[in-house]
Design a protein around this ligand. Sequence first.
Ligand SMILES: O=P(O)(O)OC[C@H](O)CO
Length: 378
Amino acid sequence: MSKYFPWRAANHIELLIDGDAFFPHIFSAVLNAKEYVIIEMYLVASGVLFEAFYDVLVEAISREVKIYWLLDDFGSLGLITKDRQRLTRLGVKLVLYNPLSIKRQRLTENLNRNHRKLFLIDGELAYIGGAGITDDFYNPNTRQALWHEVMLAVKGHVVVDWLALFKQTWGRFSDLPIQVSQPELKIHKLERSYLARLSFGSYFRDADIVRSLVKQIKKAQHRVWFATPYFLPSNKVRRVLRRAARKGVDVRLLLSSKYTDNRWVRYAGHRYYYRQLRDGVKIYEYQHRCLHAKMVLADSWVSIGSCNFDHWDLHWNLDANQEVKSGLFAEEVKQLFEQDFTNCKQFTLEEWLSRPWHKRLREWLFSVLGRLAIRIGR
Ligand SMILES: O=P(O)(O)OC[C@H](O)CO
Protein backbone atom coordinates (compact mmCIF):
# COMPACT_ATOMS: atom_id res chain seq x y z
CA MET A 1 0.00 0.00 0.00
CA SER A 2 1.33 3.44 -0.83
CA LYS A 3 1.94 5.70 2.12
CA TYR A 4 -1.19 7.79 1.74
CA PHE A 5 -4.49 7.18 0.04
CA PRO A 6 -5.26 9.11 -3.16
CA TRP A 7 -8.22 11.29 -3.97
CA ARG A 8 -10.85 9.13 -5.64
CA ALA A 9 -13.69 10.19 -7.89
CA ALA A 10 -17.20 8.72 -8.14
CA ASN A 11 -18.35 8.58 -4.52
CA HIS A 12 -21.72 9.22 -3.03
CA ILE A 13 -21.72 10.61 0.49
CA GLU A 14 -24.67 11.22 2.73
CA LEU A 15 -24.44 13.29 5.90
CA LEU A 16 -26.35 11.69 8.78
CA ILE A 17 -26.93 13.87 11.81
CA ASP A 18 -27.34 12.30 15.27
CA GLY A 19 -27.83 8.70 16.33
CA ASP A 20 -31.57 8.67 15.69
CA ALA A 21 -30.73 9.21 12.00
CA PHE A 22 -27.61 7.08 11.56
CA PHE A 23 -28.19 4.03 13.77
CA PRO A 24 -31.45 2.96 12.06
CA HIS A 25 -29.57 3.46 8.74
CA ILE A 26 -26.65 1.30 9.89
CA PHE A 27 -28.93 -1.40 11.34
CA SER A 28 -30.84 -1.62 8.09
CA ALA A 29 -27.59 -1.88 6.09
CA VAL A 30 -26.38 -4.74 8.33
CA LEU A 31 -29.76 -6.47 7.97
CA ASN A 32 -29.32 -6.24 4.20
CA ALA A 33 -25.66 -7.38 4.17
CA LYS A 34 -25.00 -10.25 1.81
CA GLU A 35 -21.45 -11.37 2.54
CA TYR A 36 -19.78 -9.55 5.43
CA VAL A 37 -19.84 -6.71 7.91
CA ILE A 38 -16.70 -5.09 9.30
CA ILE A 39 -16.82 -3.09 12.52
CA GLU A 40 -13.94 -1.07 13.94
CA MET A 41 -14.97 0.66 17.10
CA TYR A 42 -13.47 2.54 20.02
CA LEU A 43 -16.33 3.33 22.37
CA VAL A 44 -18.70 0.42 23.10
CA ALA A 45 -20.75 -0.22 26.23
CA SER A 46 -23.37 -2.72 27.29
CA GLY A 47 -26.84 -1.22 27.21
CA VAL A 48 -29.98 -0.74 25.16
CA LEU A 49 -28.18 0.16 21.93
CA PHE A 50 -25.77 -2.75 22.23
CA GLU A 51 -28.71 -5.14 22.74
CA ALA A 52 -30.47 -3.80 19.65
CA PHE A 53 -27.27 -4.12 17.61
CA TYR A 54 -26.73 -7.64 18.95
CA ASP A 55 -30.19 -8.64 17.65
CA VAL A 56 -29.26 -7.24 14.24
CA LEU A 57 -26.04 -9.28 14.26
CA VAL A 58 -27.98 -12.45 15.22
CA GLU A 59 -30.14 -11.98 12.14
CA ALA A 60 -27.15 -11.32 9.86
CA ILE A 61 -25.21 -14.34 11.14
CA SER A 62 -28.27 -16.56 10.68
CA ARG A 63 -27.93 -15.74 6.96
CA GLU A 64 -24.21 -16.69 7.08
CA VAL A 65 -23.01 -13.11 6.86
CA LYS A 66 -19.48 -12.94 8.32
CA ILE A 67 -18.87 -10.36 11.04
CA TYR A 68 -15.34 -9.05 11.69
CA TRP A 69 -15.18 -6.77 14.72
CA LEU A 70 -12.01 -5.00 15.87
CA LEU A 71 -12.78 -3.65 19.30
CA ASP A 72 -10.55 -1.33 21.28
CA ASP A 73 -9.92 -2.93 24.66
CA PHE A 74 -9.84 0.35 26.59
CA GLY A 75 -12.64 2.12 24.72
CA SER A 76 -14.89 -0.90 25.28
CA LEU A 77 -14.28 -1.31 29.02
CA GLY A 78 -18.00 -0.59 29.40
CA LEU A 79 -18.84 -3.74 27.44
CA ILE A 80 -19.18 -6.36 30.16
CA THR A 81 -17.42 -9.73 29.80
CA LYS A 82 -20.75 -11.54 29.42
CA ASP A 83 -21.56 -9.43 26.34
CA ARG A 84 -18.11 -9.98 24.83
CA GLN A 85 -18.61 -13.72 25.30
CA ARG A 86 -22.07 -13.58 23.73
CA LEU A 87 -20.54 -11.99 20.62
CA THR A 88 -17.91 -14.72 20.35
CA ARG A 89 -20.45 -17.50 20.93
CA LEU A 90 -22.64 -16.01 18.25
CA GLY A 91 -19.81 -16.40 15.76
CA VAL A 92 -18.58 -12.82 15.55
CA LYS A 93 -14.87 -12.78 14.74
CA LEU A 94 -13.97 -10.49 17.62
CA VAL A 95 -10.45 -9.16 18.00
CA LEU A 96 -9.31 -6.87 20.81
CA TYR A 97 -7.05 -4.04 19.80
CA ASN A 98 -3.99 -3.72 22.07
CA PRO A 99 -5.36 -5.58 25.11
CA LEU A 100 -4.57 -3.74 28.35
CA SER A 101 -1.85 -5.40 30.39
CA ILE A 102 0.35 -4.58 33.36
CA LYS A 103 2.94 -7.06 32.11
CA ARG A 104 4.30 -4.86 29.32
CA GLN A 105 7.92 -3.74 29.27
CA ARG A 106 6.68 -0.19 28.79
CA LEU A 107 3.39 0.41 30.55
CA THR A 108 2.77 3.43 28.35
CA GLU A 109 2.19 1.09 25.38
CA ASN A 110 -1.25 0.64 26.93
CA LEU A 111 -1.97 4.21 25.86
CA ASN A 112 -1.94 3.30 22.15
CA ARG A 113 -5.59 3.00 21.26
CA ASN A 114 -7.67 2.36 18.17
CA HIS A 115 -9.94 5.38 18.09
CA ARG A 116 -11.34 4.71 14.60
CA LYS A 117 -15.05 4.26 13.99
CA LEU A 118 -16.15 2.28 10.98
CA PHE A 119 -18.95 0.02 9.80
CA LEU A 120 -18.25 -1.51 6.37
CA ILE A 121 -20.80 -3.62 4.55
CA ASP A 122 -19.93 -5.93 1.64
CA GLY A 123 -17.15 -3.62 0.40
CA GLU A 124 -19.84 -1.30 -0.93
CA LEU A 125 -21.04 0.89 1.89
CA ALA A 126 -19.05 2.43 4.74
CA TYR A 127 -20.22 4.46 7.72
CA ILE A 128 -17.59 6.81 9.07
CA GLY A 129 -17.79 9.35 11.86
CA GLY A 130 -17.36 9.80 15.56
CA ALA A 131 -20.04 7.56 17.06
CA GLY A 132 -19.63 4.68 19.43
CA ILE A 133 -22.12 2.00 20.40
CA THR A 134 -23.41 3.42 23.67
CA ASP A 135 -26.80 4.68 24.79
CA ASP A 136 -25.51 8.27 24.72
CA PHE A 137 -25.50 8.15 20.93
CA TYR A 138 -28.90 6.51 20.54
CA ASN A 139 -31.47 4.78 22.67
CA PRO A 140 -33.69 2.68 20.37
CA ASN A 141 -36.39 2.45 23.07
CA THR A 142 -36.85 6.19 23.48
CA ARG A 143 -35.54 7.02 19.97
CA GLN A 144 -33.42 9.72 21.57
CA ALA A 145 -29.86 10.75 20.78
CA LEU A 146 -28.40 12.49 23.81
CA TRP A 147 -25.06 13.41 22.22
CA HIS A 148 -24.72 15.46 19.05
CA GLU A 149 -22.79 13.40 16.51
CA VAL A 150 -22.43 12.96 12.76
CA MET A 151 -21.71 9.96 10.57
CA LEU A 152 -21.31 9.66 6.82
CA ALA A 153 -22.79 6.92 4.66
CA VAL A 154 -20.21 6.46 1.90
CA LYS A 155 -20.51 4.52 -1.35
CA GLY A 156 -18.08 4.44 -4.26
CA HIS A 157 -14.39 4.03 -4.99
CA VAL A 158 -13.09 5.33 -1.67
CA VAL A 159 -14.68 2.36 0.15
CA VAL A 160 -11.89 0.18 -1.28
CA ASP A 161 -9.39 2.22 0.76
CA TRP A 162 -11.39 1.83 3.98
CA LEU A 163 -11.28 -1.93 3.47
CA ALA A 164 -7.52 -1.88 2.77
CA LEU A 165 -6.78 0.17 5.90
CA PHE A 166 -8.95 -2.08 8.06
CA LYS A 167 -7.29 -5.24 6.73
CA GLN A 168 -3.87 -3.80 7.50
CA THR A 169 -4.81 -2.98 11.12
CA TRP A 170 -6.61 -6.30 11.62
CA GLY A 171 -3.55 -8.17 10.32
CA ARG A 172 -1.35 -6.57 12.98
CA PHE A 173 -3.51 -7.87 15.83
CA SER A 174 -5.03 -11.08 14.62
CA ASP A 175 -4.01 -14.34 12.96
CA LEU A 176 -7.60 -14.81 11.85
CA PRO A 177 -7.63 -14.24 8.10
CA ILE A 178 -10.21 -11.93 6.60
CA GLN A 179 -11.99 -13.81 3.87
CA VAL A 180 -13.90 -11.23 1.91
CA SER A 181 -14.26 -10.54 -1.80
CA GLN A 182 -12.22 -7.61 -3.03
CA PRO A 183 -14.64 -4.85 -4.11
CA GLU A 184 -14.45 -3.82 -7.72
CA LEU A 185 -13.69 -0.27 -8.69
CA LYS A 186 -16.96 0.06 -10.59
CA ILE A 187 -17.85 3.29 -12.30
CA HIS A 188 -20.97 4.29 -10.44
CA LYS A 189 -23.60 6.35 -12.16
CA LEU A 190 -24.37 8.68 -9.33
CA GLU A 191 -26.72 11.58 -9.15
CA ARG A 192 -24.15 13.44 -7.10
CA SER A 193 -20.55 12.35 -7.31
CA TYR A 194 -17.91 13.61 -4.90
CA LEU A 195 -14.14 13.52 -4.77
CA ALA A 196 -13.14 11.75 -1.58
CA ARG A 197 -10.02 10.61 0.23
CA LEU A 198 -9.34 8.56 3.34
CA SER A 199 -6.90 10.32 5.67
CA PHE A 200 -5.53 8.50 8.68
CA GLY A 201 -3.30 8.79 11.69
CA SER A 202 -1.25 6.04 13.32
CA TYR A 203 0.21 7.71 16.37
CA PHE A 204 2.69 10.46 15.49
CA ARG A 205 4.59 8.17 13.16
CA ASP A 206 2.24 8.93 10.34
CA ALA A 207 0.28 12.10 10.72
CA ASP A 208 -1.36 12.24 7.28
CA ILE A 209 -4.61 13.31 8.91
CA VAL A 210 -3.14 16.39 10.59
CA ARG A 211 -0.84 17.29 7.70
CA SER A 212 -3.86 17.38 5.45
CA LEU A 213 -5.79 19.54 7.92
CA VAL A 214 -2.97 22.06 8.19
CA LYS A 215 -2.61 22.22 4.39
CA GLN A 216 -6.33 22.89 3.87
CA ILE A 217 -6.48 25.54 6.60
CA LYS A 218 -3.51 27.31 4.99
CA LYS A 219 -5.21 27.18 1.58
CA ALA A 220 -8.61 28.42 2.76
CA GLN A 221 -9.68 31.80 1.40
CA HIS A 222 -13.10 32.26 2.95
CA ARG A 223 -13.95 29.93 5.78
CA VAL A 224 -12.50 27.48 8.30
CA TRP A 225 -15.11 26.06 10.67
CA PHE A 226 -13.81 23.48 13.07
CA ALA A 227 -15.89 21.33 15.45
CA THR A 228 -14.41 19.14 18.16
CA PRO A 229 -15.57 18.17 21.63
CA TYR A 230 -11.99 18.19 22.97
CA PHE A 231 -10.08 21.31 21.97
CA LEU A 232 -6.46 20.48 22.72
CA PRO A 233 -4.91 20.80 19.26
CA SER A 234 -1.18 20.86 18.60
CA ASN A 235 0.68 24.14 18.52
CA LYS A 236 0.90 23.90 14.73
CA VAL A 237 -2.89 23.59 14.31
CA ARG A 238 -3.55 26.43 16.74
CA ARG A 239 -1.05 28.60 14.88
CA VAL A 240 -2.54 28.02 11.41
CA LEU A 241 -6.03 28.72 12.73
CA ARG A 242 -4.87 32.07 14.15
CA ARG A 243 -2.95 32.93 11.00
CA ALA A 244 -5.98 32.23 8.83
CA ALA A 245 -8.12 34.51 11.02
CA ARG A 246 -5.51 37.29 10.82
CA LYS A 247 -5.60 36.97 7.01
CA GLY A 248 -9.35 37.67 7.11
CA VAL A 249 -10.63 34.09 6.76
CA ASP A 250 -13.81 33.45 8.77
CA VAL A 251 -12.42 31.04 11.38
CA ARG A 252 -14.88 29.58 13.87
CA LEU A 253 -14.51 26.93 16.54
CA LEU A 254 -17.50 24.87 17.63
CA LEU A 255 -16.57 23.44 21.03
CA SER A 256 -18.05 21.81 24.11
CA SER A 257 -19.81 23.70 26.87
CA LYS A 258 -20.45 22.52 30.41
CA TYR A 259 -22.54 19.70 28.88
CA THR A 260 -19.32 17.87 27.97
CA ASP A 261 -18.52 14.38 29.28
CA ASN A 262 -14.89 15.44 29.94
CA ARG A 263 -14.78 18.63 31.97
CA TRP A 264 -11.05 18.63 32.59
CA VAL A 265 -10.34 18.56 28.84
CA ARG A 266 -12.64 21.54 28.39
CA TYR A 267 -10.89 23.46 31.17
CA ALA A 268 -7.48 22.66 29.68
CA GLY A 269 -8.70 23.81 26.24
CA HIS A 270 -9.82 27.14 27.72
CA ARG A 271 -6.13 27.96 28.03
CA TYR A 272 -6.05 28.50 24.25
CA TYR A 273 -9.11 30.72 23.94
CA TYR A 274 -7.37 34.04 24.62
CA ARG A 275 -4.89 33.92 21.72
CA GLN A 276 -7.50 32.53 19.33
CA LEU A 277 -9.98 35.31 20.21
CA ARG A 278 -7.26 37.97 20.13
CA ASP A 279 -6.39 37.00 16.55
CA GLY A 280 -9.99 37.07 15.38
CA VAL A 281 -11.08 33.45 15.71
CA LYS A 282 -14.73 33.20 16.76
CA ILE A 283 -15.44 30.71 19.55
CA TYR A 284 -18.79 29.01 20.08
CA GLU A 285 -19.67 26.58 22.86
CA TYR A 286 -22.48 24.14 22.11
CA GLN A 287 -25.33 24.26 24.66
CA HIS A 288 -27.89 21.89 26.15
CA ARG A 289 -26.34 18.66 24.82
CA CYS A 290 -22.95 17.04 24.72
CA LEU A 291 -21.17 17.85 21.46
CA HIS A 292 -19.26 14.83 20.19
CA ALA A 293 -19.04 15.58 16.45
CA LYS A 294 -15.66 16.00 14.82
CA MET A 295 -15.90 17.91 11.55
CA VAL A 296 -13.90 20.52 9.70
CA LEU A 297 -15.00 22.70 6.81
CA ALA A 298 -12.37 24.69 4.89
CA ASP A 299 -14.01 26.31 1.84
CA SER A 300 -15.07 23.31 -0.27
CA TRP A 301 -13.03 20.76 1.72
CA VAL A 302 -14.63 18.72 4.50
CA SER A 303 -13.08 16.25 6.94
CA ILE A 304 -15.33 14.11 9.16
CA GLY A 305 -14.40 11.07 11.21
CA SER A 306 -12.92 9.90 14.47
CA CYS A 307 -10.16 12.47 14.94
CA ASN A 308 -10.54 15.21 17.54
CA PHE A 309 -7.16 16.65 16.44
CA ASP A 310 -6.15 16.82 20.10
CA HIS A 311 -2.71 15.89 21.47
CA TRP A 312 -4.00 12.59 22.79
CA ASP A 313 -5.43 11.51 19.43
CA LEU A 314 -2.34 12.51 17.54
CA HIS A 315 0.17 10.88 19.90
CA TRP A 316 -1.48 7.66 20.93
CA ASN A 317 -4.42 6.83 18.74
CA LEU A 318 -5.24 5.33 15.41
CA ASP A 319 -7.71 7.65 13.74
CA ALA A 320 -9.30 7.93 10.32
CA ASN A 321 -11.39 10.58 8.60
CA GLN A 322 -13.29 10.88 5.36
CA GLU A 323 -12.21 13.92 3.41
CA VAL A 324 -14.51 15.26 0.71
CA LYS A 325 -13.91 17.98 -1.87
CA SER A 326 -17.19 19.31 -3.20
CA GLY A 327 -18.96 22.64 -3.17
CA LEU A 328 -22.33 20.90 -2.83
CA PHE A 329 -21.31 18.73 0.09
CA ALA A 330 -19.51 21.63 1.76
CA GLU A 331 -22.74 23.62 1.54
CA GLU A 332 -24.58 20.83 3.37
CA VAL A 333 -21.96 20.79 6.12
CA LYS A 334 -22.05 24.60 6.27
CA GLN A 335 -25.79 24.48 6.91
CA LEU A 336 -25.26 22.01 9.74
CA PHE A 337 -22.64 24.29 11.32
CA GLU A 338 -24.99 27.28 10.95
CA GLN A 339 -27.76 25.36 12.66
CA ASP A 340 -25.35 24.34 15.44
CA PHE A 341 -24.12 27.92 15.94
CA THR A 342 -27.70 28.94 16.77
CA ASN A 343 -27.49 26.55 19.75
CA CYS A 344 -24.25 28.08 21.02
CA LYS A 345 -22.92 30.68 23.33
CA GLN A 346 -20.35 32.83 21.51
CA PHE A 347 -17.50 34.38 23.50
CA THR A 348 -16.10 37.83 22.84
CA LEU A 349 -12.53 38.75 23.76
CA GLU A 350 -13.77 41.31 26.32
CA GLU A 351 -15.99 38.74 27.98
CA TRP A 352 -13.20 36.20 28.03
CA LEU A 353 -10.77 38.67 29.61
CA SER A 354 -13.23 39.47 32.37
CA ARG A 355 -13.60 35.88 33.62
CA PRO A 356 -12.90 35.47 37.34
CA TRP A 357 -9.50 34.45 38.74
CA HIS A 358 -10.69 31.02 39.94
CA LYS A 359 -11.58 30.06 36.35
CA ARG A 360 -8.12 31.20 35.18
CA LEU A 361 -6.49 29.15 37.92
CA ARG A 362 -8.58 26.11 36.97
CA GLU A 363 -7.64 26.32 33.28
CA TRP A 364 -3.95 26.82 34.13
CA LEU A 365 -4.00 23.79 36.43
CA PHE A 366 -5.72 21.49 33.92
CA SER A 367 -3.54 22.61 31.03
CA VAL A 368 -0.39 21.84 33.08
CA LEU A 369 -1.82 18.41 33.94
CA GLY A 370 -2.73 17.87 30.27
CA ARG A 371 0.82 18.68 29.14
CA LEU A 372 2.28 16.37 31.78
CA ALA A 373 0.00 13.55 30.61
CA ILE A 374 1.23 13.99 27.04
CA ARG A 375 4.88 13.79 28.15
CA ILE A 376 4.33 10.46 29.92
CA GLY A 377 3.80 8.61 26.67
CA ARG A 378 6.72 10.09 24.72
O1 LIG B 1 -12.64 9.79 22.16
P1 LIG B 1 -14.00 10.05 21.59
O2 LIG B 1 -14.06 11.33 20.84
O3 LIG B 1 -14.56 8.91 20.84
O4 LIG B 1 -14.94 10.22 22.84
C1 LIG B 1 -14.83 9.31 23.87
C2 LIG B 1 -15.72 9.68 24.99
O5 LIG B 1 -15.71 11.01 25.22
C3 LIG B 1 -15.33 8.96 26.23
O6 LIG B 1 -15.76 9.64 27.35
